[in-house]
Design a protein around this ligand. Structure first.
Ligand SMILES: [Zn+2]
Length: 413
């Protein structure tokens, strides 16, 4: 039987070019998609830029651009990476596209109709100079435990303490240096704590074959307690106050969807854009019971994709994902995190500019990945050895990668 597959990778945040972690995910999904196509199945493979949120709004302002211009410039740089590593998405779109505005607002309206949206007043730090509420990452101060200066609003890099921004001593806004004040505002919450959501998610997550065993174990922990030790899931704050670069919440003047509300909706928006562009019917495709919806993601965004996303879809009357494939991170030299400042890591563009063959990296990554949620390590020496030995074992007698000319063997590329 021919399978009909709607496949996505996670949407990259449009504030920077791709790094090798993105390429690893695209290579994994691209290989899987090629395999399905070779087996005769029908595949629609789409992605998009995740365009909204405070970090992009602030970065654009610093660069003297509108958020739309800023995002468009990042988007224009995507093609060289995707073509360079032979990644064959059928469509690339943006979460700021009109399809996404319409879908996100429709989903919100449906959730509200279901009685799953609550409006509550909450208090948050507000920058009186900038005139905006401050996300935690834009608040710094002295650590309440050890007193170290210039620590972020959520944790101390010196002593490792975890706290909330209101516990910081002498807090200041990193945008203006002003002392933030507490201010209250009405926020919209998706009631994930409701019995209906809990029952649906328990059933959805435990459907055999939908999630990897490690992912399911993690979810069982989330169902049990949250970070504050409360039993069950917490409601999800889905609104942000203006100024914010995002999608306006229907029937409000100054509230926008939190970027994580509309980001996964971008999967549907990109598919809709692709269908319209290629003369297909999005509605017919999505209504087909044989269609399988499959997401490839990294482990850091599991919560969003296995709780918020299926619940949003289900309670707005839409189909839910059939499978979510979670992978680990790519590290360098035996488990270090990639770091630009330390010069470790692999720049995908630099790799191509040096004339290295994209197939070598595709092969290396494919050979290291498996079905588990494990980190994989990129080690330059191992890369050279593996590509050379496996290549010569199959087709060639001469080494594919020559260490003498291979910068990967020295500094990070
Ligand atoms: Zn500290």
């Amino acid at each position: 039987m021919t399978r009909k597959l709607f496949v996505t990778t996670a949407l990259p945040y449009a504030n920077a070019p791709f790094h090798v972690g993105h390429m690893m995910e695209y290579i994994q999904a691209d290989i899987w998609v090629r395999y399905q196509r070779m087996a005769g199945h029908e595949v629609h493979f789409v992605c998009a830029d995740d365009a909204h949120g405070a970090p992009i709004m602030i970065a654009a302002e610093k660069a003297g651009k509108t958020p739309q211009q800023f995002v468009a410039e990042i988007a224009a740089g995507r093609k060289q990476y995707l073509d360079g590593f032979h990644i064959g998405f059928d469509n690339w779109h943006s979460t700021d596209g009109p399809e996404n505005h319409a879908f996100a607002q429709d989903i919100y309206r449906a959730l509200r109709k279901q009685g799953l949206i609550a409006i509550r007043s909450i208090e948050q730090f507000y920058d009186p100079v900038k005139g905006m509420f401050l996300p935690d990452r834009y608040i710094k101060g002295e650590c309440p435990k050890c007193g170290a200066k210039d620590q972020y609003g959520d944790s101390c890099e010196v002593c490792g303490a975890v706290y909330s921004p209101t516990e910081l001593k002498n807090p200041y806004s990193t945008l203006t240096g002003a002392t933030p004040v507490m201010k209250s505002s009405e926020h919209h919450f998706f009631q994930l704590s409701s019995q209906r959501c809990l029952e649906f998610l328990q059933d959805w997550t435990q459907t055999p074959g939908r999630l990897q065993p490690e992912v399911l174990n993690k979810i069982r922990e989330w169902f049990a307690t949250d970070d504050e030790g409360r039993v069950g899931l917490a409601d999800w704050d889905i609104s942000r106050d203006a100024p914010y670069f995002g999608i306006r919440i229907p029937d409000t003047e100054d509230k926008y969807f939190y970027v994580w509300l509309d980001a996964p909706v971008g999967y549907l928006a990109s598919l809709k854009n692709y269908c319209d562009r290629t003369g297909r019917s999005y509605e017919t495709l999505m209504a087909d019971p044989s269609l399988e919806q499959i997401h490839f993601i990294g482990k850091d965004i599991t919560y969003f994709h296995t709780l918020f996303w299926p619940a949003m879809l289900h309670f707005s009357g839409r189909r839910t994902p059939d499978k979510v494939f979670v992978h680990g991170f790519i590290t360098v030299n035996g488990g270090e995190k990639m770091s630009k400042s330390r010069g470790t890591g692999i720049s995908p563009l630099k790799y191509l500019e040096l004339g290295m063959n994209a197939e070598w990296l595709r092969y290396y990554i494919a050979a290291k990945l498996n079905a588990k949620v494990e980190d994989i390590d990129f080690n330059p020496d191992d890369f050279v050895a593996r590509v050379n030995s496996d290549r010569s074992a199959s087709t060639s007698t001469s080494p594919a990668v020559r260490p003498a000319s291979s910068p990967s063997a020295s500094a990070g590329i």
